[in-house]
Design a protein around this ligand. Structure first.
Ligand SMILES: Cc1cc2nc3c(=O)[nH]c(=O)nc-3n(C[C@H](O)[C@H](O)[C@H](O)COP(=O)(O)OP(=O)(O)OC[C@H]3O[C@@H](n4cnc5c(N)ncnc54)[C@H](O)[C@@H]3O)c2cc1C
Length: 437
């Protein structure tokens, strides 16, 4: 039995904890016997947006986070906000899974996700170094060019605000070697995700939600008309409960951890680069994510550092291998970074579903979970938080949640797949090297 991922509440080694301009929140004190309309488990992008919008819709909300706000994946991701699905997944692929009505509704939420989150950041005055300069999906091989073009055509057919860009544009705007063409979403961008989470928590508290930190929920059960939770050793009651635990899903609800495949990723940042070098890399401060399986993405932080990362490899010294991978990838993209020191390395877990689309699970009467955000939740986790809040506040029907809705939905051969993600890196790397992705 593999251990359930735990998050480090202090985010040791994570750049965003060092550079966040939003201070840690003052958590709401817990009180024995508190009674909520809605109890939320998990203080990442999904849980925080559900809390904010639920409170705005009049619910008495209590959010319980085992670590600190954003200490799961939401405060330790790359902070790239792509208004798109993972990789080469197209809106029509998603419609084939969800059906046309839900597929089109989800496509609309995904492609407007950049507008939603950056507008919300501005509205709430969140100081998270948000830069809405556009996000690009470039093609690193002829095979990738065909896939990326198909993704672009599909989004265009859905009326999305996307632009095709050629190799010359990519050479000048990314400054990176080897890209053949791609597409751009002008409303994407990058931000400090931990600062974004802290700002959301502050706004949720202002709207009336109680945000409890270092309050792991250890039991949850239906009890007469309502639900009883034990959190941080105290018992409280709720009318409804919503589990937003994604890659950090533990044994709280039996079987829920078996409905996702946790994926361990690492991120790195260089030291701040000299001014002269900054002009040759992402000169207009756009960011990009290609469709290499072994991670091809880059962005600036606010102090002139460059990011990279990939899937963690579990055999041997994973950290050392991650550093080697970063050096190799940065050298491929930006040979001028040969001597740049790596200042930050950290890891975190996201959660995959077999179809790469999160799903909404009904665990019991009035107890729900929404997990499986893959490597895309800076936008989608936030927009889905609002959707979930509308449903939980009875302003939206279950049938209007644009995801598959099921009872507990285990991933077939989950243990095998989970093991696979831990040792997949060399295979991914080889596919990329041979131009097969
Ligand atoms: C290294 C890395 C890089 C990534 N980069 C990007 C990126 O650049 N762009 C992008 O869009 N996406 C990215 N992702 C994916 C994205 O970060 C996640 O999909 C997203 O943050 C999930 O949000 P969430 O709110 O659902 O879950 P999380 O943020 O993981 O929050 C779940 C929370 O639940 C809490 N919890 C679990 N069990 C309990 C319990 N029993 N009681 C109380 N609390 C509990 C955990 O402590 C955790 O804080 C990345 C992920 C990782 C790991």
């Amino acid at each position: 039995m593999m251990a359930v991922p735990r998050c480090d509440a202090d985010l040791a080694g994570v750049i965003w904890a060092k550079t966040s301009k939003e201070a840690p929140i003052m958590p709401t004190p817990m009180s024995e016997g508190a009674d909520y309309d809605l109890a939320i488990v998990g203080g990442g992008f999904l849980g925080l947006n559900t809390a904010l919008h639920g409170a705005r819709l009049g619910l008495k909300v209590g959010l319980f986070e085992g670590g600190t706000v954003g200490s799961g994946a939401s405060g330790r991701n790359g902070g790239i906000a792509p208004p798109h699905y993972p990789g080469a997944l197209r809106p029509s692929d998603v419609s084939a899974v969800l059906g046309r009505r839900k597929g089109e509704a989800l496509a609309e939420i995904v492609t407007t996700g950049g507008r939603f989150i950056f507008d919300q950041i501005r509205e709430l005055g969140i100081d998270c170094d948000a830069e809405q300069n556009g996000w690009i999906q470039p093609a690193h091989s002829p095979k990738a060019l065909a896939k990326v073009r198909a993704v672009y055509d599909d989004w265009k057919a859905h009326g999305a605000e996307v632009e095709w860009v050629d190799a010359d544009y990519l050479r000048s705007e990314l400054g990176a070697a080897g890209y053949l063409g791609g597409w751009r979403h002008p409303t994407g961008g990058a931000l400090n995700p931990l600062a974004n989470c802290r700002g959301l928590a502050r706004a949720a508290q202002k709207a009336g939600a109680a945000i409890h930190e270092r309050a792991p929920v250890t039991a949850i059960a239906r009890d007469g008309d309502g639900i009883t939770l034990t959190a941080g050793g105290m018992r409280c009651r709720a009318r409804k409960a919503f589990l937003a635990t994604n890659g950090y899903t533990d044994g709280l609800w039996p079987g829920l951890a078996g409905t996702i495949i946790p994926l361990r990723l690492f991120q790195t940042f260089t030291e701040p680069l000299p001014e002269a070098m900054r002009e040759s890399i992402l000169p207009s401060r756009q960011c990009f994510t290609d469709i290499r399986k072994s991670g091809g993405f880059c962005r600036w932080d606010s102090a002139g550092r460059i990011m990279s990362g990939c899937v963690h490899f579990a055999l041997g010294d994973g950290h050392a291998r991650g550093v080697r991978h970063t050096r190799m990838r940065l050298m491929e993209l930006y040979p001028q970074l040969a001597d740049a020191k790596l200042e930050f390395y950290w890891e975190g877990y996201c959660a995959l579903r077999p179809d790469f689309i999160p799903n909404f699970q009904i665990l019991d009467k009035d107890i729900y979970a929404l997990i499986g955000f893959s490597t895309r939740a800076v936008c989608l986790g936030q927009t889905m938080g609002k959707v979930a809040a509308e449903f939980l506040a009875e302003r939206r029907d279950l049938d209007d949640i644009p995801l598959s809705v099921s009872t507990l939905d285990p991933v077939p051969r989950q243990a095998f797949r989970r093991m696979g993600t831990r040792v997949i890196y060399p295979y991914f790397r080889a596919l990329d090297r041979w131009g097969l992705t």
